[in-house]
Every structure is written in structure tokens, then in C-alpha cells.
Design a protein around this ligand. Sequence first.
Ligand code: ADP
Ligand code: MG
Length: 147
Amino acid sequence: MTDTLPAETTSPTETLEVGRRIAGRLKPGQVVALYGDLGSGKTHLAKGICAGLGLDPERVTSPTFALINEYVGKKWTVYHFDTYRLKSLDEFLALGYEEYFEGDGVCLIEWPDVVESVLPDDAIRIRLSHRTGDRRYIEFTRPGVYG
Ligand code: ADP
Ligand code: MG
């Protein structure tokens, strides 16, 4: 995966393409945390990852209100989280949602900060940052260095 990131993309299509490449390296049950401001491209990267896993990227939208979207394909299931509206980790745990991290589905998590402490040790952390215009910088990150 080190040959995929870091990357600077200049369009949403390029960010989707980076997502497709990341998908090629994922294993069942992988948790992927997507850090970055509003509009940095987290959902577009999620679309690319889903496309790379054989799922329809058109179905992939930020589950800001639903908290979680589930996409079931022939080979892969993806649980797409957006914890933006989540008030606390307790709320997440009370809903039993951390159990998704244990299963075989790939978990993609937008705004992972609130669930940071329950992410598996082998979670992949990716940060997206705005650059000028339509440029976005996409890189791996570690706990505590995102922002
Ligand atoms: P987030 O989920 O981080 O809020 P989205 O993927 O929903 O971000 O939205 C990113 C927005 O930025 C979209 O409106 C998209 O068209 C725009 N955009 C412009 N350039 C890029 C790029 N290089 N990669 C991804 N999105 C981009
Ligand atoms: Mg989003």
C-alpha cells in the first residue's frame, strides 16, 4: 500500500481512483478510518474503495444521519460509518456498533475521532487535506497526529 499513498489528486475522479487502488489491498474485516475536514473527499475516497470492492459507488453517500450505511455485494460487505453527529463514544457503544469492527465486513469510518479509542490496532488511518482548488492530499496517518 506504500506505493498508493501519499497521493495528491486534482479531481474527484482521481480520488476515486486512489480509493480503487486502496481497495485492492484490503482484507475482509479491515477497518479504515478516514480523517479530514468537511469536503476534503472522505466520501469520494469511500466511493472509490467500494467501487474497487465490486460495489456500486452510486450507492455510497455519507451516512450523516443514518450513522451507518451497509452495502452488500457478491464478495464484499462494506459498513460505512459517519460519526459526525455522534455525541460520544458511549452512544456508539450503547448502539452496539463497535461489533461491526469484529466482523468480516470492511468498515469505512468518516469522522473517526470519537471512536478512535475503540478502533482495532490494525486499523488503517488515512487523512485527506484540502490543497488549493480541487487538489486534495491523501496520506496515511497515525493515532494522535490527524487534524
Ligand atoms: P467529505 O466526505 O470529506 O465531506 P466529499 O467526498 O463528500 O467530502 O466531498 C468532496 C467535495 O470536494 C465534493 O464536492 C467534490 O466534488 C469536491 N472535490 C473537488 N476536488 C476533489 C478531489 N480532488 N477529490 C475529492 N473531492 C473533490
Ligand atoms: Mg462525507
